[in-house]
Ligand binder design. Sequence first.
Ligand code: ADP
Length: 699
Amino acid sequence: MANSVARGISGRRRIVLIVLLSIILPLLVVGYLGFNSISRRREAARKLYGMSLYISGEAALKSIEDKIRSFEKDMLAGGKETFSEAGRGRTFLLSADYMILNPEIAKKDEAPFTCSDGTDNRARGSYWAEAEKSEFQKKDFRLAAELYGKAAEASTSDRCRALARMALGRCRIALRDYSGALADFDELAAKYGRLRDSSGHPFGIIAAMRIADIEGLRGNEERRLSVLIELRGKIDDGAWPIDLAGYQFFRSEIEGTLEPRIKDHLYPELEKPYRLVKERATGFQEDLLFRDLLQTSIVLRIKEASALDPSISRDHPGRFLLPGERSSYLVSFSPAPAVGPGGPMIAGVCWETTSLMRSIVPSVLGALDKSSSVDLTLTDTAGKNILAEGLEGSSRLPATVGGAIPFSFREFPLPFKLVVSQPAMLDFDRAAARENAFYGLLILVVVVFMAVGAGLVVRDISRETQLTARKTEFVHTISHELKTPLTLIRLYAETLEQKPNLGDPEKKDALKIIAKESERLSHLINNVLDFSRIEMGRKEFDFRSGNLAAAVRETVESYRYHLEKKGFLIREEIAADLPAVRFDREAIASVVVNLLSNAMKFSPSEKDVGIRLSLESGQAVLRIADKGSGIAPADLPRIFDKFYRGGNDPSGGAGGSGLGLTLVKHIVEAHGGRVEARSECGKGSEFSVFLPILADPGE
Ligand code: ADP
């Protein structure tokens, strides 16, 4: 029988599975097809977007390069510095043998010279030699000053006059004739400022430094510093022709004196002027840097490039990128239109790349942006947007811009990328992702619901099947249960009938057995009848307010005989002062009898029954405990199910109906109470019945 039940269950499960698959599979197929067509359509749209992006990018790139090319052409042809307009490019001109003709480079033209020989002017030569001797050997500064003065008068060249003026000043300082010395250096600066001394430094700068020294010697420190600040400003403005090395030398000299004093806030009035001078960027500084770049790198690279590429012409200028410390330079060069004395010259232009881009690109992109919905940005190799100046954080493009295309420059070796993206594309991607998630979720929800439904159906089917099996088993056991007492009754009745001369004790025994067995029979039949009444919904209760303790005690008394005969120890503890409870006397008696008969049935060895009725937190609680076999944990949750019988049945499956506890539960719940079972395998069980106490016992 168990086999056929199992087969029935698995057969139905299979049907459920097939039904389920026949719904889920088409659903999945439809879902897949839907997804597929959506994503194909999306792909087509994306391609269109991509194409328009590409076209916009190409157009922008071409406009930018066209613009640079036209600047380049103008500047190489005219050599004119249309400075701000042409992206701050600087032109230059080289001779055929790569000498820098333009811009003019400060030359250390004259060889170091001294005015102490008399080659051009005897008188001056001898005054000069005498003067130096007095100054450096005899330390007779007065005489030396006099002699230098004479040498100056006798000089025919400005440089010698300037040198003599400087020496004169020097001697006057030694003589502490500061106002005389100041006059000397003022004159030196005014008359011969742009000439150079024997180390190539302009007299103007030297004179100013001496003047500062004199102010210092006079104890006029603040004045000394302000002379230096003024000097620094003049040098920055290009008041004297110096090269980058000279500039850096004087700057560090001046800063070396000023910086520590300004930092210590000794002269607060000077702080602002000094800062202004220091932070100023002048054209002369830029010139110096450019000239230096020209001398140190550009000319060399042009030499190399023209050697490598003979096709460079005015129509095809040579171009290269010159990486610098802080930024890079784009250099273009071609044969100059004019021919110099040494042969054809080379014209060139040099751009600082970032400022070139900043002066050209925004206008080009602005024109394009208006005509299309694309976003155009220019990034450097690190991905930083170079057009958004100063917005360091936000200028960085998001790392994964959906559908952004980077374009590299083709004609010009520029270290930038033009990035074209379409904001609409981002929305498009986001919408697509949302749609995907929605459809996926929908299908998932449907599948989950179906799976849960199928699970419930399968569980229901197997429950139903088990119930059927239990019913069949019930019929079998009930017949068996009915048969035993009937056989006994018949047997003893026949004995009484056939043996009329039976002794009184025997007769009494036979009658007792007949009575007991018929009682058992009626209990069984009562249970079955009660159950069928419950099942049909016809069970009616006769609730009356009464003494629950008396009813329980009475039932226990009537059952005492059975228990004691089987050798049970009965421990009874029934509270006498229990408040009134509304209950059906017969039904509660049936609860007690069922629980007691279970305790008796499932206590094979230790025969001990505890019956306790008490008041616990406002409820009447009846506990019936035994020390019998206990209930397996797997059985425990199901013992109240109809026809359910645990595996601990001592009679091997024929000892009960599986209805007792079902009835108990039904009755207790009809009373508005509940029943609980606790059990430990091998140690015993305890059943507790909770019944509500009447609020108003008079009711
Ligand atoms: P029956 O006793 O006729 O089998 P019941 O509904 O009264 O049916 O009980 C259901 C099952 O619960 C029993 O088969 C048994 O496994 C378990 N059971 C009930 N009472 C006890 C008990 N006192 N000790 C051990 N097991 C019990």
